[in-house]
Design a binder for this molecule. Structure first.
Ligand SMILES: *Cc1c(COP(=O)(O)O)cnc(C)c1O
Length: 260
């Protein structure tokens, strides 16, 4: 390199992180690599292509554009869009075989009306209040199962304070988990087939490893970074995959008493 400074991404360490995290997951739980925001700045295509090569088959991105970009660059497997996509883009979702998050009931109905079969995961809002249909509206969630253009493959929620060991945050998280499973039971009671279930992101796995899910959505831990100094319930050795390097341009010797 002839640059002044550069970032190096160590794919060997990336593989080690995947294996370390996979060891914590139940056997049936699929590793979903979160590669949104250019893989947290590490290069989304390079990261996803390498993960594909070592057997990772599920990815998550924030937007439709991120998903299309990965497909155009040859990324195989499932790609879940975690954020909102306008229903008017249902054709692209369908063509690129992307999985769209249904952010609430109206969104699901709008997607269905477009006339293209779209794979979706339903998001349930269990208290974060960002995206998702409210957990208490299992009737509304159930109605989504009747929409013929929605191929419902998953249902999930997001634990927003799973990284905290504060008593009130732990209580909040436990309530979220409880609400989510209650909603699932209600959906089953209504006779709808339960799709694949996921709850945990990185800290969900590290602090609530007992949850038995079909996917774990792993972002920050994949890149080898703990976002908090605090201890986690299941400490594992993660290796930062990025190194920032800079060239030493000049070393000077100066006399005692001179100024710089
Ligand atoms: C970003 C994101 C993740 C990944 O979170 P990390 O803490 O980086 O593991 C998981 N799920 C959703 C819904 C997200 O938006």
């Amino acid at each position: 390199s002839m640059e002044r400074a550069w970032a190096e991404i160590d794919l060997h360490k990336l593989e080690e992180n995947v294996k370390t995290i996979q060891n914590l997951l139940p056997k049936k739980c699929k590793f979903m690599a979160v590669v949104k925001a250019n893989a947290y700045g590490h290069g989304d295509v390079e990261t996803a292509a390498f993960l594909n090569k070592i057997g990772v088959e599920a990815f998550a991105v924030a937007t439709l554009e991120e998903g299309i970009h990965l497909r155009k660059c040859g990324i195989q497997g499932e790609i879940l869009i975690l954020g909102y996509t306008h229903a008017g883009r249902a054709r692209e979702l369908s063509q690129e075989e992307l999985i769209q998050t249904v952010v609430d009931r109206e969104h699901g109905e709008a997607l269905n009306k477009m006339g293209f079969p779209v794979k979706v995961h339903i998001k349930v809002d269990t208290g974060m209040h960002r995206l998702g249909e409210s957990y208490w509206d299992s009737k509304g969630i159930g109605k989504l199962f009747l929409l013929k253009n929605l191929m419902i493959q998953g249902i999930y929620t997001h634990l927003c304070v799973a990284d905290s060991k504060e008593e009130e945050d732990v209580a909040f998280t436990k309530r979220q988990i409880q609400h989510f499973y209650e909603t699932l039971r209600e959906i089953e009671k209504k006779g709808y087939p339960l799709p694949l279930v996921h709850i945990q992101s990185s800290y969900g796995v590290l602090n609530y490893p007992e949850l038995q899910c079909d996917y774990a959505r792993i972002g920050i831990a994949l890149y080898g970074v703990y976002s908090k100094e605090e201890e986690v319930k299941t400490p594992i050795e993660l290796k930062p995959i990025m190194a920032i390097r800079s060239r030493v341009a000049l070393v000077r010797k100066i006399k005692k008493g001179e100024s710089v």
